[in-house]
Each structure stands twice: as C-alpha cells, then as structure tokens.
Design a protein around this ligand. Structure first.
Ligand code: GLA
Length: 377
C-alpha cells in the first residue's frame, strides 16, 4: 500500500473509548455522508481498541464481541464500502491492546488474514504491552510483512508514540503514517505541546509516510473519552489549521452525529484541507523573530504557491501577527508581491502584499492564507 496524501477519516477512540457498537459505526458513517464530511475527503471509518472479545476463540482467532457487533466486522465493512468509504480497525504489537483485549504478538499472520477476510482497509497498530526483547522496528516489520502476505491493500497506521527511535526506522518498515507523540487530550495545552514537539521532525514526513499528530479533538467540547477541559472555537481552529499546515492525517475524534455549525464548517474547510492534502508535502518554515508568543509558518505548495499561518499563542491579548517575505527570500524591491486567499472565507484579497503577510489574530487563534506570487510592476 502507498498513501500519497495524509489519510482522512473518523476514529471511535477520542469520544467513545470502550463504548462502541455496530449502531454507532453505521450512524457515524451515515452522518459523515449526510453532513458532507465524506465528500470533503474524510474516507476512513476506524474502529479503535475494544472491538473484540476479551479472549480469542478456541482456535486462537480474533473475534468481534457479539454483544457490540452482532453481525461481525465484515458486515460493517460491506456497509462502509457501500457508502464509498473505507474500513479501519485496531490491534497492538504486544500480547494485549492498551485496554487489555487480545494483541497480535505471535499471531500476526492469522490476524492479518482475519483483517483481510473482513475487508479491512486500514490497521492502526499500537505499542501497548510490546515485548521488551524485540525492537519496535522488528515488531512493526513483522505485522507489515503479514499484511503484505494477505495480498490486500491495507494502510499501516503505526502508533508507537514516537518511541524506540521510531524516526530512524519508520520509513523502512513501511508505515504509511506514524503517531509521533503520546495521546492527545481535549485541551489547548495538549494541542500546542504536540505541534511544537514535532516541528523539527516534519522534514521526515512525506508522501507514503506521514507524521500523525494524533486524532482531532475539534468539536469534542470536553465530553468523551479524552476530555480534559475542552477548547474554545479559536483553539479548535488553531488545532485544525496547524494539523493542516503540518500535513498530519486528519482523523476526526468528535461525535460526528452531533457535530454542526462552525466546527463542522471548520472540519470541511476546503482551503485548509487542500493544504493538508498538498501532494508536495514540504515541511514548514517557522518564524518567531521577536521570541514572543506570535509565530508564523510558511509552506511551499506543489503548484509553487505558499500557505502562511499566523498563530497568536498569547493567553489574553489579541495581537497583530506577521511574517516578512524577506524570510522566505523575496526581494523587497516592489517588483513582486503575493496575491492572497483568506482561507477562512475563501475570498481572494484585492490588495497585493509586497513585504509581509499580517493579520490581527485573537488569543490562541490562527489565521491561514494561501499566496500566489505576482508581478507588481
Ligand atoms: C493508545 C493509543 C490511542 C488509543 C488507545 C486505545 O493509547 O495511543 O490512540 O488507540 O491506545 O486503547
């Protein structure tokens, strides 16, 4: 399998944790279609931990918990596929998953066969209970080989939280995406911490192997499995904008049956999604000239345009944030400038920006613009 742009979808964990079942998956899939999320690009429906019985069946095979999934996993895959979407599931490289369900250690080939027979398209493979006598690169390679042996295209979503020198081997073992940090929580501190911790690692992220900053918490509003205070709309906006600028996979974590209004619009923003899905996958240039809480980011896109993000990390002050074009090498002689699209409204701004992009940004918020270089005179 190769994945040329960051996978997008929805995952059960952030909101539902252990409380998952067949109706939830079907209703969520339907909601994604009805609310335009599928058509915005969210493709994978991923069942995280806690889907199987606590013990394997008498033959040692995985089995969906009949009280949660009475018709089994294939039934759901068929349903998800009938909607033009793809099915994801979860296991761990140890003997158990994080929540104590059976993991795939020493059962890789049988489990991969189970996934393929159930027409799974995406496997999130966790790090819990990993045996100490085997290295991460071996454990993940083992499952990747087993997936390959099935002959089915299955996206391999590595989830080892950046441990065991992950960056050194992730491309070699064939991870399509890799969780680079511990788990996200539904608050601004967690979002900011994860993003800042990965800026220097983004040059490794690229087509077929994406740095996964973890599932989105936008719209969780402090309810659900990873609730931890919740965020304001501006904070959720910063979260989404930064994940798009970093070209992280976009896995929605809120209850898609209930999401609406400005958060739904944010999750579907086509200008931000286009940045996330840009085929060039170039890393960011970060700019924090004054060393204060105003940061700007520039990213070169495949068609030669640039994405600019202006983030105000101040807790209480609305501030003007800017990025000088001299930083990205533009001669400031009045001959060239950027024609900008405001990624909030989608509108192209009349004025040409010749020396810098700037905006007034609310506390904890982010503004994103997409610029095309134009001759001024
Ligand atoms: C780990 C992962 C999470 C989630 C849980 C499930 O903590 O990092 O994303 O999959 O396990 O138990």
């Amino acid at each position: 399998m190769t994945v040329s742009t960051p996978p997008m979808g929805w995952n059960t964990w952030n909101t539902f944790g252990e409380n998952i079942n067949e109706d939830l998956i079907i209703e969520s899939c339907e909601a994604m279609v009805d609310k335009g999320l599928r058509d915005a690009g969210y493709e994978y429906v991923v069942i995280d931990d806690c889907w199987s019985t606590k013990e394997r069946d008498p033959d040692g095979n995985l089995r969906a918990d009949p009280s949660k999934f009475p018709h089994g996993i294939k039934y759901l895959s068929d349903y998800v596929h009938s909607k033009g979407m793809k099915m994801g599931i979860y296991s761990s490289c140890g003997p158990k998953t994080c929540m104590g369900y059976p993991g795939s250690l020493d059962r890789e080939y049988a489990d991969a066969k189970f996934f393929a027979e159930n027409e799974i398209d995406y496997l999130k493979y966790d790090w819990c209970y990993h045996p100490r006598n085997l290295e991460g690169k071996t454990l993940y390679n083992r499952m990747k080989m087993a997936l390959n042996a099935t002959g089915r295209d299955i996206v391999f979503s590595v989830c080892n939280w950046g441990e065991d020198d992950l960056l050194e081997w992730i491309r070699s073992v064939g991870g399509d995406l890799y969780r680079s940090t511990g788990d996200i929580a539904d608050n601004y501190t967690s979002i900011k911490g994860i993003f800042h911790s990965q800026i220097e690692n983004l040059p490794l992220s690229g087509p077929n192997c994406f740095n996964d900053l973890d599932m989105l918490v936008c719209g969780m509003n402090n309810s659900g499995n990873v609730s931890a205070g919740g965020c304001s709309y501006e904070e959720y906006k910063t979260h989404f904008c930064l994940w798009c600028m970093a070209q992280s996979p976009l896995m929605i974590g809120c209850d898609v049956r209930k999401v609406n209004g400005e958060i739904l619009d944010l999750l579907k923003n086509p200008y931000l999604i286009a940045i996330d899905q840009d085929p060039a996958v170039r890393p960011l240039i970060q700019w924090n000239k004054k060393g204060d809480d105003r940061f700007s980011y520039a990213k070169q896109l495949a068609n030669g345009e640039y994405a600019f993000a202006l983030t105000n990390y101040s807790d209480d002050e609305t501030q003007a944030v800017h990025m000088s074009f001299a930083e990205i090498g533009l001669p400031l002689n009045g001959e060239w400038g950027f024609k900008m699209r405001d990624c909030d409204s989608g509108e192209v701004i009349e004025k040409v920006f010749e020396d810098k992009i700037y905006a007034t940004v609310k506390p904890h918020s982010t503004r994103v613009f997409r610029g095309k270089l134009v001759r001024v005179r």
